[in-house]
Design a protein around this ligand. Structure first.
Ligand SMILES: [Zn+2]
Length: 277
C-alpha cells in the first residue's frame, strides 16, 4: 500500500509534467471510483480545465486546477497512477483516464478498486468538509518538530504503533514506515505512547523524518503492486531493515527479527534492540 514516500514520488514526477496542460477529456470507467458523485459529473467538471500544480497531503494526491478546483486521488491498496507521453494505454485494471492537450495521458488503474477520486469545487464548502479532521501534521514539513511529536504522544495511554498510523495525527505514515521508524528509534511498537521519555521521543522524531526522506530518495518501495508515476519500481524495498524481514538477522545486533500482530497489522521488530514494554 502506497505511503507518503510512494505518493510523494508520484507527485514529483507529475508536477514536472502536468502543470500548464489542459485536460482534453476525462473518462471514468468505474462509478465506484468517484462515488457518491457520478462519473459524468466528474468528467464534465474536469474537461477543458488546466492543471496548475500537483500537491500532496499525507497519502492524498491532488491535481489543483485553474479556478481552484482540486481533483483529490487516494490510491488505497492497489491504486496506480501512470503518466504516458502518448495515448497508447496498456493498463490492466483501468478505472479512469485523463487525456491532455499534448496527447499525453494519465491513467488510474486499481486491481482491488478501493482507490478514490473526488472533485472539490472552489467557492463551495467542499474543501473544508473534505479535509477537516482527515490529515494531521505533515511529517516532512517544518511544522513537525520534536515538540509537536511530544505533544501528540503526551498522556496517550494506547500503544505507539496504532497512534502513528492515525492519519489525523501524523499524515502519510503507514504500516511499513512505522515499523522502520520504530526500529530506527529502538522503540517497541507496543510501548505506551505517553510513556516515551524525552530521549526516545527525540529519537522517534528523527527516525520518522529520516526513514521517510530515505524512502523518497529511493523512489518508494515496490513490495507488491506499487509502481511510480512512470510505471517504474522504486528501490526502498531493498533498504527495509525489519519490515517483512521476520527471521532475518537484525542489521544492528544480528538477533532474528520477529513478527507479531499489532491492531491487526503485521508488525516487525527486533526483540533485542526494541525492548519489551
Ligand atoms: Zn537488533
Amino acid at each position: 500500500m502506497p505511503e507518503l514516500p510512494e505518493v510523494e514520488t508520484i507527485r514529483r514526477q507529475l508536477d514536472v509534467r502536468l502543470p500548464g496542460r489542459r485536460i482534453e477529456r476525462a473518462t471514468v470507467l468505474d462509478p465506484k471510483l468517484t462515488a457518491p458523485e457520478s462519473p459524468q459529473s466528474i468528467e464534465d467538471g474536469l474537461g477543458g480545465r488546466v492543471v496548475r500544480t500537483v500537491a500532496r497531503r499525507g497519502k492524498y494526491l491532488s491535481l489543483v486546477l485553474d479556478g481552484g478546483d482540486e481533483l483529490v486521488l487516494h490510491l488505497r491498496m492497489t491504486g496506480r497512477l501512470h503518466w504516458r507521453s502518448g495515448s497508447e494505454v496498456d493498463e490492466r485494471y483501468l478505472r479512469a483516464l485523463l487525456t491532455f492537450d499534448d496527447g499525453s495521458t494519465l491513467t488510474f488503474g486499481d486491481a482491488r478498486r478501493f482507490g478514490t477520486a473526488r472533485l472539490l469545487r472552489a467557492g463551495s464548502d467542499d474543501h473544508a468538509a473534505y479535509w477537516d479532521g482527515r490529515v494531521g501534521v505533515e511529517p516532512l514539513s517544518a511544522d513537525f518538530t520534536g515538540r509537536v511529536l511530544a505533544e501528540l504522544l503526551a498522556a496517550r495511554r494506547g500503544p505507539i504503533k496504532p497512534l502513528l498510523l492515525n492519519q489525523a495525527l501524523v499524515a502519510g505514515l503507514g504500516n511499513m514506515y512505522v515499523d522502520e521508524a520504530l526500529f530506527a528509534a529502538r522503540v517497541h511498537p507496543l510501548r505506551v505512547a505517553g510513556g516515551l521519555d524525552a530521549d526516545e521521543t527525540r529519537r522517534l522524531h528523527r527516525a520518522i523524518r529520516d526513514r521517510l526522506r530515505v524512502a523518497v530518495e529511493a523512489g518508494g518501495a515496490s513490495i507488491d503492486s506499487y509502481r511510480d508515476g512512470l510505471g517504474e519500481r522504486g528501490s526502498m524495498q531493498g533498504l527495509l531493515r525489519v519490515h517483512l524481514r521476520a527471521g532475518d538477522p537484525c542489521p544492528r545486533c544480528r538477533v532474528p527479527v520477529r513478527k507479531t500482530s499489532v491492531g491487526g497489522r503485521g508488525t516487525y521488530w527486533c526483540p533485542s534492540c526494541q525492548e519489551d514494554p
